[in-house]
Design a protein around this ligand. Structure first.
Ligand SMILES: *C/C=C(C)/C=C/C=C(C)/C=C/C1=C(C)CCCC1(C)C
Length: 231
């Protein structure tokens, strides 16, 4: 085993996020026991997202410290599990407040997710041209954005005031928080050569926002809704 070097800022960012994922998991699972029963499943899924990420960050951190290069395979296995979980989270939230959305909507979100991640992987692993893979991946993300801003899922979310504001925050995460990933990809692969430090630093920041902050938004919603009804 090799210890983290003092000047290794990217390694430090891996370390911080790996520990933050563990702490958030405990927090989400613990708080899930205290909120109203309708919110328990949402809190559980938020905790599963950070748990899955915590396991992968453990490996990614050590991989970086030792190899000083991008842990592409661990990163994409993590995303392949956590991004669909985040999409499921949308539907659980909608269900928690009694909205009704069809399976077609979920299928479109899933297809968008797969296109985005499969082509991102092919580009990063140099299986295909990084720029072409990037733009195909962007189409997948666009499908997701369309579905939650203008598609069936967006209409279902207009149901009540509380779900409207929750859904509003969540889709802002998908639009603004998720935009950090393609920015990392562009910095890493499309500015000439491969800049592994910038790429991983930006991806680590993005995971912090989109897994931990996302979970905290759900917790906040669940917490407020639970305390309102108990007074
Ligand atoms: C917890 C992990 C999350 C929320 C990961 C999200 C990943 C993305 C939004 C990736 C997006 C990409 C594109 C939109 C274009 C192709 C390159 C990617 C895969 C970085």
């Amino acid at each position: 085993m090799q210890f983290l070097a003092e000047g290794d800022l990217v390694g430090v960012s891996f370390w911080i996020v790996s520990v933050a994922m563990i702490a958030s998991t405990v927090f989400f699972l613990y708080e899930g026991l205290r909120v109203k029963s309708e919110w328990r499943l949402s809190m559980l899924v938020a905790g599963l997202v950070t748990l899955v990420a915590a396991v992968h960050y453990d490996y990614m951190r050590d991989y970086w410290v030792l190899e000083q290069s991008t842990p592409i395979v661990y990163r994409y296995i993590d995303w392949l599990i956590t991004v669909p979980l985040l999409m499921i989270e949308f539907f659980i939230i909608l269900k928690a407040v009694g909205a009704n959305v069809g399976n077609g909507s979920f299928l479109r979100l899933l297809v968008g997710t797969l296109v985005m991640l499969i082509f991102g992987y092919l580009g990063e692993a140099a299986v295909m041209n990084a720029t072409i893979a990037f733009w195909i991946g962007m189409v997948g993300w666009a499908v997701i954005i369309y579905e939650i801003f203008a598609g069936e899922a967006s209409k279902a979310a207009a149901a009540t005031e509380s779900v409207k504001s929750a859904f509003g925050y969540m889709r802002l995460i998908v639009l603004v928080g998720w935009a950090i990933y393609p920015i990392g990809y562009v910095l890493g692969y499309m500015m000439g050569g491969v800049d592994e430090g910038s790429l991983n630093m930006v991806y680590n920041l993005a995971d912090f926002v989109n897994k931990i902050l996302f979970g905290l938004i759900i917790w906040n919603l669940a917490y407020n809704d639970s305390s309102e009804s108990s007074h």
